[in-house]
Design a protein around this ligand. Structure first.
Ligand code: GLP
Length: 242
């Protein structure tokens, strides 16, 4: 795992975009794993700029989202499908319908999880997976305590995660869903490259565990230590406990 500390969120975005640009230059029809949350937003801005400048194209790219809340209706602004449509898909030249997510509106959620895993496997999994990290060390929505070899599954959000994400729901923790569908840790590890972005002091403890802790279900992101091509991009605040 390679750790790079950069001064600003913009510098991090550029570094991550460089990696994606290099991938798309050699493989225009790459499979890209996308993440939600505030951490990758500067990266999506940078990818939008580079696409507008003709430096890269998503015209042949297939995308797979990491996770989705259960219980939010179609079109809800905090649905991750909406988030990815607004913040990436519609801003670049990515074909409508080419960015996939788990069907968290399905009646049979177990079947929806199996289907999503199957779809990702059929696409050959991700060439590159973008990741953020929760303050409790989750990646995707793989909360602490879950097995390291998990596949796409329904997970229960921790109180900490719901508190962290309440800011997107008008500060009301009761408005934050209790369940989600997430790619499992083993699903994420199938990606040929992982790029994790963490900024701000709130991520310092999780980053310290990710980089210096033992691989443990207590801090799910630590599984990344076992990946051959994992890049961790952090700012000085997120690196402050290293
Ligand atoms: C959510 C997402 C994660 C993301 C995390 C951090 O929980 N499911 O994929 O990494 O938020 O979000 P932020 O970047 O806003 O801190």
């Amino acid at each position: 795992m390679e750790l790079v500390i950069l001064d600003t969120a913009e510098a991090i975005a550029e570094r991550a975009a460089d990696k994606i640009e290099a991938l798309l230059t050699t493989k225009p029809d790459a499979v890209l794993g996308t993440a939600t949350g505030s951490s990758p937003l500067p990266l999506y801005d940078e990818l939008t700029r580079r696409c507008a400048a003709g430096r890269l194209s998503f015209a042949q790219v297939t995308g797979f989202m990491l996770d989705e809340y259960v219980g939010l209706p179609a079109g809800h602004p905090e649905r991750y499908a909406t988030f990815m449509e607004v913040n990436l898909r519609s801003r670049v030249d990515m074909r409508p319908g080419s960015l996939h997510g788990p069907d968290a509106l399905a009646e049979d959620l177990q079947a929806a999880c199996a289907q999503y895993e199957e779809d990702m496997a059929a696409a050959g999994y991700c060439d590159l997976q973008i990741l953020g990290i929760g303050s409790d060390g989750h990646i995707g929505f793989n909360e602490p305590g879950g097995p390291l070899d998990s596949r796409t599954h329904v997970d229960v959000l921790t109180e900490q995660t719901r508190r962290d994400n309440a800011r997107f729901f008008g500060g009301d923790i009761d408005a934050v869903p209790t369940h989600c569908i997430t790619q499992g840790l083993a699903t994420i590890m199938e990606a040929r490259s992982l790029v994790l972005i963490a900024t701000g002091e709130g991520k310092a403890k999780a980053v310290a565990q990710l980089v210096e802790g033992e691989v443990s279900t207590d801090w799910p992101a630590t599984v990344m230590q076992r990946h051959d091509d994992a890049l961790v991009l952090v700012d000085p605040a997120a690196a402050s406990l290293l």
